[in-house]
Write a protein that binds this ligand. Structure first.
Ligand SMILES: C[S@@+](CC[C@H](N)C(=O)[O-])C[C@H]1O[C@@H](n2cnc3c(N)ncnc32)[C@H](O)[C@@H]1O
Length: 233
């Protein structure tokens, strides 16, 4: 049996609208577009990667699932959204890159972006910067998911075109949907994030005698959300 997606890729797959063409930017192994086609969820899928080696891996994944030469799957080499025709897909997935990098790929493609109806994004860092960039680009968050794979949490953001209510600092940092839902996985993540920020603040205080403002602000927001006291900086 060829390799199957784990919870991280399934969190993305579940948020790709059924019946609409999609593209996976930075597809690497190609398992997401292949899986969506195998499951019959999308009529066509495009896997894009900057480098040739990942696209060869994606072609092997397609062959393993019986999709070699299938006209519904297109694998293209190129930078970000550039290999897509304007209006060719409704949904773009970008996963496994930093939030600022994902934002830069979206900012670099205004015409292609404006023809999209949904973005499904999985930043591995800098979620705050990505939420802020989406807001600046005139997109709003309609869903957020935290899933666990290999003992690590992964965040999925789903955005659609249209300006929403301006996000507060807490919503930018922690996610408007996650904050509203208060799911158990989010609360557990918040407790660990609080411990991580506290350790970083203690290290900064020991090293320079002060806690940098962005770190102090993040700690204050996380502590307030958890309902515990933030240490004074
Ligand atoms: C860590 S992998 C993530 C793979 C897959 N999206 C996932 O989440 O499992 C990142 C992939 O993005 C590709 N990549 C990086 N920058 C890119 C760009 N500007 N355009 C297209 N692909 C890019 C890399 O070559 C690599 O294959």
């Amino acid at each position: 049996m060829p390799s199957q997606p784990g919870p991280r890729l399934l969190s993305l797959a579940d948020r790709v609208p059924a019946g609409r063409p999609m593209a996976d930017i930075g597809t690497d192994h190609g398992l997401l577009p292949v899986w969506l086609l195998v499951r019959g969820r999308v009529p066509s899928a495009i896997g894009v990667d900057l480098r040739a080696a990942p696209l060869r891996a994606a072609a092997r994944t397609a062959a393993a699932w019986g999709l070699a030469g299938d006209p519904r799957l297109s694998l293209r080499q190129g930078d970000g959204l550039a290999p897509l025709e304007v209006g060719e897909v409704d949904t773009v997935v970008i996963a496994g890159m930093g939030g600022r990098r994902i934002a830069a790929l979206l900012e670099a493609a205004p015409r292609r972006r404006s023809a999209l109806r949904r973005l499904v994004l999985q930043p591995n860092t800098e979620a705050r910067a990505l939420r802020a960039a989406l807001q600046d680009l005139g997109w709003h968050l309609v869903d957020e998911d935290l899933c666990v794979e290999g003992g690590r949490e992964f965040l999925t953001l789903v955005a659609e075109p249209g300006v929403g209510a301006p996000l507060t600092d807490a919503e930018l940092l922690l996610g408007p949907v996650l904050l509203q839902r208060q799911a158990p996985a989010f609360r557990s993540w918040l407790v660990r994030e609080h411990a991580r920020l506290q350790a970083a603040a203690a290290a900064a205080r020991a090293g320079t005698g002060r806690v940098p403002q962005p770190l102090a602000a993040a700690l204050e927001i996380v502590a307030a959300t958890l309902g515990v006291d933030a240490p004074s900086s």
